[in-house]
Write a protein that binds this ligand. Structure first.
Ligand code: GLU
Length: 437
């Protein structure tokens, strides 16, 4: 990395050769602050130095021009907080905490001061004392990745870890995940199990833990509460419901979608009411959660190749063909359309054995390919309607259906049948603005 790309935090620390664990004094205007340098991670704000003060608190200092730093001692190991397990921890339900990466993982590193996410219950208890009031957490790092880098193989790996956790007797599972593709993974985990003996709760954070507005701790605590305190046998997503720190929404797998790049309430349920809400003192359901089963039972796999393409004015046959593999999901316009002249190409693709599904890029509402000629031609060409499934949901489901079925007809049927809450046969869909009227 060239020097002009180095962050101002790195530059300030490098100016005195200070490493994580070293004790430093930062001079700013009239003030001085002393503490140990905390480790930095992939999600750290490049312009913030985090110090652990003698009081035990961590403080993030945004580096200003004119700041000066002195190195007082070399500290060797980065500081660790003493383990703080609550006394009654053995009486609480056990919840597996499966780490997969993302901004939320950095929260755990940042709070423990370790350079890796917490892997022992003691480290975790030190990092998330709030969550430990509700459960005995059983941590495992399944992988550490940005969620945009995940593939269907990661869904399988994660499903294996969820299965193993229930087999060792946990009451619920929390999966910490990057938010970019968390809704795909939620759908995958819902499809990966015929039976779940407890809730599988996915949670992420929109704001890094070294920012004052971080949602990492409160999202994680709410997710742990849902996993520990509810009787539900399904996969769901728990994230901030609004802008305040008062309520967290519980979204159904297949219906949750990231709808904003940065807001803490970025996740919304589409075409479905949120399953429930977590408040400071209760978990309230809008929709009765699915009863937990007695045991964990896997279903199918994700070993199939599917493309997902967005239709737009000017899209051509080459683009459709390049995206088509064993299967193709098109986020079509309106009721589920592609430009009329591409119906012939869809016909050829389905003849060659590709399963083609049409969803709608409107996101709200359902496809109806019998209203206009364009839709009818696509149906005649063999395309399947995704109904009210989101394009991303349809993508995950088509991967699963193709990998799980023994033949194309069975794959088509698996895709069309509701497997969980990801699609409904009726048109009475949920639309938040409608609710507000
Ligand atoms: N883009 C990254 C991811 O989805 C980091 C952002 C986040 O964790 O929300 O993993």
């Amino acid at each position: 990395m060239s020097t002009d790309q180095a962050s101002s935090a790195d530059q300030l620390l490098a100016s005195v050769d200070a490493e994580p664990g070293d004790r430093v004094r930062v001079h700013r205007d009239e003030d001085t602050l002393e503490g140990r340098v905390m480790p930095r991670h992939g999600f750290s704000d490049p312009d913030v130095v985090v110090l652990k003060l003698d009081s035990g608190y961590n403080i993030g200092l945004r580096v200003d021009e004119g700041d000066e730093v002195e190195r007082l001692e070399t500290g060797g190991e980065a500081p660790e907080q003493p383990p703080a397990m609550p006394d009654d921890v053995d009486e609480l339900p056990t919840v597996a905490l499966l780490g997969t990466g993302g901004t939320i993982a950095s929260f755990v590193e940042y709070r423990t001061g370790a350079v890796h996410p917490a892997t022992s219950p003691e480290e975790l208890a030190a990092a998330v004392p709030e969550a430990f009031e509700h459960a005995r957490l059983d941590p495992e790092v399944v992988f550490e990745a940005f969620s945009e880098d995940l593939t269907p193989d990661h869904w399988s790996q994660l499903a294996d870890a969820v299965e193993a956790a229930f087999e060792r007797g946990v009451e619920g599972v929390v999966v910490t995940h990057g938010t970019d593709t968390m809704h795909y993974t939620a759908m995958a985990l819902e499809l990966a199990f015929d039976e779940l003996p407890g809730p599988v709760v996915l949670v992420g954070a929109q704001r890094s833990s070294d920012r004052p507005s971080s949602d990492a701790a409160t999202n994680l605590t709410s997710a742990v509460r849902v996993a520990a305190e509810t009787d539900a046998g399904e996969a769901m997503v728990v994230m901030h419901e609004g802008m305040s720190d008062e309520t967290w929404a519980i979204h159904a797998a297949g219906r949750a979608r990231k709808m904003h790049t940065s807001r803490r309430d970025a996740f919304q349920s589409l075409d479905h009411r949120p399953l429930g809400v977590v408040t400071d003192d209760a978990i309230e359901w809008n929709v009765e959660p699915r009863e937990p089963a007695d045991r964990v039972q896997r279903s199918g796999s994700f070993d199939a190749d599917v493309g997902l393409v967005h239709s737009y004015p000017g899209i051509d046959a080459d683009e459709i063909r390049a995206a088509a593999r064993d299967g193709l999901v098109v986020a079509g316009t309106g009721l589920g359309h592609l430009p009329s002249h591409l119906a012939e190409d869809v016909d050829e693709l389905t003849d060659e054995g590709t399963l083609v599904a049409m969803a709608s890029q409107c996101l709200n509402g359902r496809t109806n390919m019998h209203v206009y000629e364009t839709g009818r031609q696509l149906v005649e060409a063999g395309a399947i309607e995704a109904g009210d499934m989101l394009p991303e949901t349809a993508y995950v489901k088509l991967v699963w259906a193709l990998a799980t079925a023994d033949d194309p007809d069975e794959a088509r049927e698996l895709f069309r049948q509701p497997q969980g809450r990801e699609q409904s046969p009726r048109t009475g869909f949920y639309y938040p603005r409608e609710e507000a009227r």
